[in-house]
Design a protein around this ligand. Structure first.
Ligand SMILES: NC(=O)C1=CN([C@@H]2O[C@H](COP(=O)(O)OP(=O)(O)OC[C@H]3O[C@@H](n4cnc5c(N)ncnc54)[C@H](O)[C@@H]3O)[C@@H](O)[C@H]2O)C=CC1
Ligand SMILES: O=C(O)[C@@H]1CCC=N1
Length: 273
């Protein structure tokens, strides 16, 4: 397969992560371009990755095999309507915007076209992202591979058979880093209340989070077994877990993820009109 020409519409954080990942995988800078109205964004991404940047979205589309929509959901409709007449016939469109359904994108782009909708997350910045991908019926097997390579350059990616599951992915991994950050914040301040200096508490919490994630990732037993192994009968961990359970921890996590998924559906309805 020859290397596709990839155009990014929007050169913000997520675009920069994806471009960094592609470059690290050996994709030549000449195959990638990005458009953004902000001169600062254009200069930053050109300096960092050596790619061509343009102010004009329509110009950036010329000869593109893959067009990545890496703009905020709120500007998606206006940008798509402007792009519509300039989109190359066979181009694969990849949208990373939260809460914008394939139907809306096709309506704004003016026709049925190969479309992959994905939900990445911010650890993509470190190549540790997790993305859910949904392809519509127009996407060819070769284009699926291209989308997989694009998102695979910044972490793991999983295919979803139904578009509605993007809302679940948004709740689990799209928003997920924020839940772990919240736990890190809460454990750090609890450590301080127990008398540890702030920096010490944060350092211990961060290394514990990293160690636990790697153990869960690399071990051949599941998280509940790893938890059991830390939890001595009548010991300290058991006391903490009992306190979590008495506070309804698992039900609360369920409610939180439901709220995120519900909001994702609601945004798609509002923004998709
Ligand atoms: N931040 C996150 O955790 C996640 C974000 N996303 C999605 O990724 C998308 C991009 O998000 P970020 O990179 O974080 O945002 P960002 O704000 O860093 O980047 C957006 C870029 O679009 C540019 N832009 C604005 N109007 C434009 C136009 N008319 N034409 C071309 N470019 C334009 C802005 O100048 C900016 O550089 C969003 O749709 C968001 O929903 C998806 C998953 C996770
Ligand atoms: O909070 C949000 O709406 C976006 C989608 C996933 C992460 N950030």
């Amino acid at each position: 397969m020859s290397t596709p020409r990839i155009t990014f519409i929007g050169a913000g954080n997520m675009a920069a992560s994806l471009i960094g990942g592609l470059r690290a995988q050996g994709i030549a800078a000449e195959r990638i371009r990005a458009s953004d109205p902000s001169p600062q964004q254009r200069e930053a991404i050109a300096a960092q990755h050596g790619i061509e940047t343009l102010e004009d979205n329509a110009q950036a589309l010329a000869d593109a095999d893959i067009v990545v929509l890496a703009i905020k959901p709120q500007v998606m409709q206006a940008v798509c309507r402007d792009l519509a007449p300039h989109l190359p016939e066979q181009a694969l469109v990849v949208s990373i915007a939260a809460g914008i359904a394939c139907d809306s994108l096709q309506r704004w782009l003016g026709r049925e076209l190969p479309l992959v909708r994905c939900m990445p997350n911010t650890p993509a910045l470190l190549g540790l992202g997790a993305s859910g991908l949904y392809a519509n019926a127009q996407v060819s097997a070769a284009q699926r591979q291209q989308a997989e390579r694009l998102l695979g350059a910044v972490g793991i990616s999983v295919w979803l058979e139904e578009e509605r599951l993007i809302d679940a992915v948004t709740a689990v991994s799209g928003s997920g880093p924020a839940y772990f950050f919240l736990l890190i914040e809460a454990m750090s301040s609890a450590g301080q209340q127990l008398g540890l200096p702030r920096e010490t508490a944060i350092e211990l919490v961060l290394q514990t989070a990293l160690g636990a994630a790697r153990m869960a990732r690399e071990s051949d037993v599941d998280a509940s077994e790893l938890r059991r192994r830390v939890t001595s009968p009548n010991g300290t961990t058991e006391a903490a877990i009992k306190a979590f359970q008495a506070g309804g921890f698992e039900a609360l996590v369920g409610q939180a993820l439901n709220a995120a998924a519900h909001r994702s559906t609601e945004l798609a309805e509002q923004l998709g009109k």
